[in-house]
Design a protein around this ligand. Structure first.
Ligand code: PMP
Length: 287
């Protein structure tokens, strides 16, 4: 079965789903997006994703293209029409179609599209093999808290990682502190043994997986601190890992040329990875 996409009120075979050439998403990257995991045919962490989407739209003064209730229905419908069990929904809302002019159009209707993608089911042992990251300067704009489709800094960074044979690039700010990965949040276990991830600000995206992992750590009685950490500090870290909707909780075994600890997934990361797997089994929104 071919994939079905949703675009502005219609369900179409994905290769026939198109947008207008004057859509402001196309001309200006004037839009926002979300990626939501689907597990056992249901959405993972639906509520916090909707909260973040609402915030991104508010920050950019883009109207909801449909009511929030209709939106929740459409997400279920795209899952159903694609027979999706394991994978993700990608959805994008732009300011809509208008003659090209930087300022907001007076009366455009925002555009909504949704697609799905299948993936292999969550496999903790596979994920636990770990990945390598490189470090690069963060060249992005100053509102990385908005989940904007304007992702050139992230695109260039990820490409640099790929060319270096790495999975991800950790970006650092003018102080040499890690902001986040190009499509994930960054974590370490410091040499003192504390779980660390950067505090929320305009410098990073508030990852939903990050929020969930903080909640799960708290439930497990694992102490954590939200603060900046430097590239230098990562060199002496006991563990390092990244989190995202599609990568879950993924150990990092090498940062640039330096192996992290013994080069294997650390115990805290492994515990959080396993717990995240069981959390996805529990937290499935109503079909
Ligand atoms: N930071 C950036 C820059 C991202 O693109 C993503 C993934 N969209 C994340 C962090 C992780 O966010 P989430 O856990 O919501 O997928």
């Amino acid at each position: 079965m071919g994939r079905i996409a949703y675009i502005n009120g219609r369900y179409l075979p994905q290769n026939q789903a198109t947008v207008h050439i004057e859509d402001r998403g196309y001309n200006f990257a004037d839009g926002v997006y979300e990626v939501i995991a689907v597990h056992n045919g249901a959405l993972v962490d639906e509520e916090p994703h909707i909260v973040r989407l609402r915030r991104s739209l508010n920050e950019l003064k883009i109207d909801w293209p449909v009511t929030e209730n209709a939106f929740r229905f459409l997400m279920r419908e795209i899952i159903r029409r694609n027979g999706l069990r394991e994978g993700m929904i990608y959805l994008q809302i732009t300011r809509g179609v208008a003659p090209r002019d930087h300022a907001f159009p007076k009366d455009s209707q925002s555009s909504l599209m949704m697609t799905t993608r299948r993936s292999k089911p969550f496999n903790a042992d596979e994920i636990a093999k770990g990945v390598r990251v490189i470090t690069i300067p963060d060249i992005r704009w100053k509102r990385n808290d908005i989940k904007s489709i304007s992702l050139l800094g992230n695109v260039l960074g990820k490409q640099q990682a790929r060319e270096a044979g790495a999975y991800e690039a950790w970006m650092f700010d003018e102080n040499g502190d890690v902001t986040e990965g190009t499509s994930s949040n960054a974590w370490i276990v410091s040499k003192e043994g504390e779980l660390v991830t950067r505090q929320l600000s305009n410098a990073i995206l508030s990852g939903i997986t990050r929020l969930t992992v903080l909640k799960l750590a708290e439930e497990k009685g694992i102490k954590f601190v939200e603060r900046a950490f430097s590239i230098e500090e990562t060199q002496s870290a006991k563990e390092a890992f990244l989190t995202s909707t599609t990568s879950f909780v993924k150990p990092i075994v090498q940062i640039d040329d330096k192996q992290v600890a013994d080069g294997k997934a650390g115990p805290l990361c492994r515990a959080l990875l396993d717990r995240y797997g069981s959390y996805m089994d529990e937290d499935i929104s109503s079909p």
